[in-house]
Design a protein around this ligand. Sequence first.
Ligand SMILES: C[S@@+](CC[C@H](N)C(=O)[O-])C[C@H]1O[C@@H](n2cnc3c(N)ncnc32)[C@H](O)[C@@H]1O
Length: 185
Amino acid sequence: MRGDNEVTVLRLGHRPGRDERMTTHVGLTARALGADRVVMAGSARDRTDTIVDITERFGGPFEVEVTQEPKRLIRDFEGTIVHLTMYGEPVQDVEADVREAHAEGPLLLVVGAEKVPFEVYENADYNVGVTNQPHSEVASLAVFLDRLFEGRELEREWEDPDRVVVPMETGKRVVDPEDDDVDDV
Ligand SMILES: C[S@@+](CC[C@H](N)C(=O)[O-])C[C@H]1O[C@@H](n2cnc3c(N)ncnc32)[C@H](O)[C@@H]1O
């Protein structure tokens, strides 16, 4: 959402058979709430199809990538690294500093699934808790992105969508912006 100061979300490997939908939702939440890219690592690498499909249908830009070497990606990242963890500093205490850092350059947001290697805590510029209670990577990512962008992501315009939702008080309306076709559900 920030042009040259991109926000990338790195999803560390998930527990096969348990976390597949969570991984998809990490990607969809990253896209919907203003990140520029998601990178799936380890077992999360096979969960890209839905996110690519949603981006094709509802617009972008949003990149979906995979990596076999998440630790290297973190080590080599040129920018600010934020690791979301219940053990971290409260988001409300560090959000202003992170925003300042993001004004200077790209941001990498790391979310886990199972136990996150200690190296990630060490390499992060900020280990950030969205509360210090255990909950979910999807929830912490959503709150963090909203704090980062201070709500501006809610007004984002999407490029080249095949369909656009028309907000309604009741009912569902989806428009094809090319031919003005309207689906009422
Ligand atoms: C199943 S939780 C594991 C909880 C883990 N013990 C931790 O470090 O937060 C999976 C992921 O959700 C995110 N998460 C869970 N609770 C969080 C919180 N309160 N604040 C920030 N992130 C959280 C973290 O990214 C974590 O790796």
